[in-house]
Design a binder for this molecule. Structure first.
Ligand SMILES: [Zn+2]
Length: 207
């Protein structure tokens, strides 16, 4: 699978500077997910997440690419060529400064972890997962986590806990929440607990 990229002029909502961003206009949902609920795009690596983040070359604001409105004006500046995992980290720090949307912060750290995986950036990928776990926990308390995402997030916290190697914490956590997870997620949680028993941090397929 090849990816069609476009240079799209955008305007920074924070400082107003206009610049060119690299975007992936079309993302086809394959419907396939791994145990962290990340989409599989065949064997394509790195995947589409690297184009879902954008950083302003002037003020340094980082956010989802879609948060930067497109402009028809000619742009001379380009978006900085910094590794996507660092841009997601920057977006998380920026979102933390803005206020208390811990769900948004957690998602940025999760995507940071995935983009770090894509280029084998370790130990950053583990550090991002820990930060994602913490923010996602808080998002269930401050209810910034959307209602319809709650089951996925409750499951993800446990799975991410296993993925960073906290096997006992993973099992204790799932034992507390598994009874309220929907069937498709409680099945996954049980598989994750089994892997935690074997002290495995491996990903597996969602089915
Ligand atoms: Zn800006």
């Amino acid at each position: 699978m090849s990816m069609y990229l476009a240079d799209i002029g955008v305007k920074c909502p924070n400082c107003g500077v206009k610049f060119n961003s690299r975007q992936l206009p079309l993302v086809v949902d394959t419907g396939l997910r791994n145990s962290e609920l990340r989409q599989h795009v065949g064997e394509t690596k790195p995947q589409y997440e690297q184009y879902s983040i954008c950083t302003c070359p002037s003020c340094g604001m980082a956010d989802w690419t879609l948060s930067f409105p497109a402009t028809d004006e000619v742009c001379v500046l380009n978006q900085p060529n910094s590794p996507p995992h660092l841009q997601y980290r920057q977006a998380a720090l920026w979102a933390e400064k803005q206020g208390k949307n811990f769900y948004g912060v957690g998602m940025f750290y999760l995507y940071a972890a995935w983009c770090a995986d894509d280029i084998n950036a370790s130990p950053q990928n583990r550090e991002y997962r820990r930060l994602a776990i913490d923010a996602l926990h808080k998002s269930l308390i401050d209810v910034s986590c959307p209602m319809e995402e709650r089951p996925d997030v409750e499951y993800l916290i446990g799975e991410l806990t296993r993925r960073v190697g906290d096997f006992e914490a993973c099992k204790n956590y799932f034992n507390r929440v598994i009874s309220r997870l929907p069937a498709r997620l409680s099945t996954m949680a049980r598989k994750s607990m089994k892997l935690a028993d074997m002290q495995s941090t491996e990903l597996f397929d969602f089915d």
